[in-house]
Ligand binder design. Structure first.
Ligand code: NCD
Length: 305
């Protein structure tokens, strides 16, 4: 039985197969409409979510399966003091696979150690978000045609943004990838990622503060929200929250074929006028999230069509 905690739980070849399957699902959805008949997905969400939870549920429904779960800790027995370990033992009796989001780093890993069904990390605190990374890889590979030879700008809250952490882990495995890390000083990529992932894999990167300085060189710009819920005090958040605002004027500095991605939700970091620009692909990205989660569910359940 396989769980998904980090993008590194799959080899590059396994990831390629999942992305190929997601592309086939997009092109031939009818082939997969009953693939998970009789199977159940549990969504255990101890933290707010729109896309991740609902795209998981849409994915399972598209496969002909069913879904059950909770969408906040308050509406589960966590509010009564039940541990994640006990909850997952019980859920293992009710469902065939589960996706868990939790504010504490490592909680899905604890669940996986006690589970008799595959557990998918749907975001654990400021740590990792591997299924957003699958979504990002599918978006990039499909729209850009490759995952190698890319200069990627990661912009915003690189300290607490789990989507950024997982994406860096995944992309360093492809040849000739380099990063421009665009953030205020206080929200830089944590040093454990710079040392253990970027330096260790000899991946070139630069840290800059001004988005304008990076834009002309980018193949991809990955914008992120300042992660309000991870700040210790409101004042720091208020100071940081509008540090970057991508608007039409700034986008004039970018190459004509640069793509703008964002895991969403967006707050102010991309102004709505950018949505009309053909380079803005964040809503398409949300659609790719359904295909790739369908491919992931099939893979972890060992179902072949
Ligand atoms: C992200 C998350 O939850 O980390 N959202 C998502 O799953 N698409 C990004 C965010 O909340 O800013």
């Amino acid at each position: 039985m396989k769980h998904l905690m980090s993008p590194l739980d799959f080899s590059v070849e396994e990831l390629d197969r999942i992305l190929d399957l997601a592309n086939d699902i997009e092109n031939h959805p009818e082939k997969y409409a009953h693939a998970c008949a009789g199977k159940k997905l549990a969504t255990l969400f101890y933290e707010p979510s729109t896309r991740t939870r609902l795209s998981f549920e849409a994915a399972m429904l598209n496969l002909g399966g069913s879904v059950l779960g909770f969408s906040s800790a308050d509406s589960s027995s966590a509010a009564k003091g039940e541990s994640v370990s006990d909850t997952i033992r019980v859920i293992s009796c009710y469902a065939d696979i589960c996706a868990m989001r939790h504010p504490k780093e490592g909680a899905p890993m604890v669940a996986a150690s006690k589970s008799s069904i595959p557990v998918i990390n749907a975001g654990d605190g400021g740590h990792q978000h591997p299924t957003q990374t699958l979504t990002d890889l599918l978006t990039i590979r499909t729209l850009k045609g490759r995952l190698n030879d890319l200069t990627i700008g990661l912009c915003g809250d690189l300290k607490f943004g789990r989507t950024v952490h997982s994406l860096i882990h995944a992309l360093v495995r492809y040849p000739n990838v380099r990063f421009i890390l665009i953030s205020p000083d206080e929200l830089r990529v944590p040093s454990y990622i710079k040392e253990n992932v970027l330096d260790k894999n000899h991946v070139p990167y630069q840290e800059v503060e001004r988005l304008e300085d990076a834009l002309p060189d980018l193949d991809l710009l990955y914008m992120t929200r300042v992660q309000k819920e991870r700040f210790f005090n409101e004042e720091d958040y208020v100071r940081m929250k509008d540090f970057y605002i991508l608007d039409k004027k700034k986008l004039e500095l970018a190459p004509a074929d640069m793509l703008v991605l964002h895991p969403l939700p967006r707050v102010n970091e991309i102004s709505v006028e950018v949505d009309e620009d053909p380079r803005a692909v964040y809503f398409k990205q949300a659609q790719f999230g359904v295909y790739v989660r369908m491919a992931l569910i099939l893979t972890l359940l060992g179902i072949e069509i």
